[in-house]
Ligand binder design. Structure first.
Ligand code: FAS
Ligand code: PHB
Length: 390
């Protein structure tokens, strides 16, 4: 089989890249190990940056986000006794959109249905070949057990942090940076109206907590737990009690309304960057190239930014320009490192640390970004206002 670009992975990066390439008339084959139902049900990110919405507009999905999502002007930062709102629109002229990653993936799937994109779900034994040459190929076993080879002009590694693409780059001398944190997030979905209009990021002596949401009737909340926590150690009551305490029940009479928990999981926290984000005709995008702790709401948005840079480069490569893609890695990594720093900064500022000196630094940072317009604008620019290409 021959095509122009093979996309490995049908998460948001792979599906969006395939969509943008298809719109440019590029032939694409997408390979995915999981079932479509599994991929579309994965509960992950919830916040779309302004620039992400602009990219989704280009993919023909912006209107559904504006219809079904919710525009947020900013977030609350909180520590015991104090809650402060940062208004991103006032600070940097850009808002963010609450719209779940599951919906992004589902809507991309519908767009591919309409376009007739070739997506093979539930494949196995995916292997990449000859990426250093001009005719790379990918072999895989389809769900009927048939071993297949696809030859292409380029391969896009959108297969996340445990897929086959990243090791292919590492094997050629790619550099990796890793930072692990000694805490994780326990996340819940609950069938209860949010107790806040916009997200609350809370610093507390017991640990960090985040009140997010998915709709007017579904809340999404997280709390810091020690790394290695087993979900069974936390009963629903214990979760709600901890969230209520950490999110400041009692501040100006505010209360957290609990409700039925429909999903709970523990998400480990780490930062990881792989450079370069390519090897020959293999190009990495999304979690295949980088992982950020979710405190800065950057994971999904970074994947979108990679794809927005990669799609035109691969289209030019497919059209016969051998130099296309030369600058992709360098351009993408500028934003990757900016978002990696911001995610590390939000994480280390907000999560409980055992060192008393560090706790004073954290509180000083929080007091600064909520009292200084310059400090607030710096956070707002990184959270809501980064352009696709820095
Ligand atoms: P993905 O991991 O989403 O997609 C990669 C795809 O490749 C998967 O479907 C996988 O099945 C497939 N694949 C893997 N190996 C393959 C192979 N050999 N062959 C073919 N396909 C293969 N980000 C936030 O901003 N906020 C959050 O709250 C947040 N929460 C998260 C919670 C969890 C549990 C996880 C794991 C991540 C979370 N993230 C969050 C980050 C997340 O949203 C990612 O940034 C986003 O999914 C990146 O999209 P992709 O790069 O497409 O990677
Ligand atoms: C979410 O809604 O899942 C979410 C929002 C903001 C974050 C992380 C997760 O920083």
């Amino acid at each position: 089989m021959r095509t122009q670009v093979v996309v490995v992975g049908a998460g948001p990066a792979g599906l969006l890249l395939a969509r943008l390439l298809g719109q440019r008339g590029v032939d694409v084959v997408v390979l995915e190990t999981r079932s479509r139902e599994y991929v579309e049900a994965r509960i992950r990110a919830g916040i779309l940056e302004h620039s992400t919405l602009e990219v989704l507009d280009g993919a023909g999905l912006g209107d559904v986000v504006r219809r079904d999502g919710a525009e947020h002007r900013g977030v609350y930062l909180q520590w015991p006794g104090e809650r402060h709102h940062l208004d991103f629109v006032d600070l940097v002229g850009r808002s963010v959109w609450l719209y779940g990653q599951t919906e992004v993936t589902r809507q991309l799937g519908l767009a591919h249905d309409a376009a007739g994109t070739q997506i093979a779900y539930e494949v196995a034994d995916v292997e990449l070949h000859d990426v250093d040459g001009e005719r790379p190929s990918v072999t895989y076993t389809d769900r009927d057990g048939v071993r297949t080879r696809v030859e292409a002009v380029a391969v896009a590694g959108c297969d996340g942090s445990f897929g086959p693409s990243r090791p292919v780059v590492a094997d050629a001398g790619g550099e990796t940076w890793e930072r692990t944190y000694d805490y994780s997030w326990l996340g819940i979905l609950a069938d209860v109206a949010p107790s806040t209009d916009e997200l609350i990021y809370a610093w507390h002596d017991d640990g960090f907590a985040l009140h997010s949401m998915r709709s007017a009737s579904v809340s999404r909340l997280y709390l810091q737990v020690p790394a290695g926590t087993e979900i069974g150690q936390w009963s629903d009551d214990r979760i709600w009690d901890a969230l209520s305490t950490r999110l400041g029940a009692g501040i100006d009479g505010w209360q957290l309304t609990p409700g039925p928990i429909t999903e709970k999981s523990v998400l480990p926290m780490r930062s990881h960057v792989c450079a370069p984000m390519r090897r020959g005709r293999l190009f990495l995008a999304g979690d295949a190239a980088h992982i950020v702790p979710p405190t800065g709401a950057k994971g999904l948005n970074l994947a979108v930014a990679d794809v927005a840079l990669l799609a035109p480069a691969l289209a030019d490569l497919a059209a016969g320009d051998p130099a296309a893609g030369e600058r992709y890695s360098e351009r993408a990594l500028r934003r990757v490192w900016r978002c990696t720093h911001f995610s590390w900064w939000m994480t280390t500022m907000l999560h409980r640390d055992d060192d008393p000196f560090t706790r004073q630094l954290q509180l000083s940072q929080l007091q600064w970004v909520t009292s200084s317009r310059a400090g607030a604008a710096g956070l707002a620019e990184n959270y809501a206002g980064l352009p696709i290409s820095l």
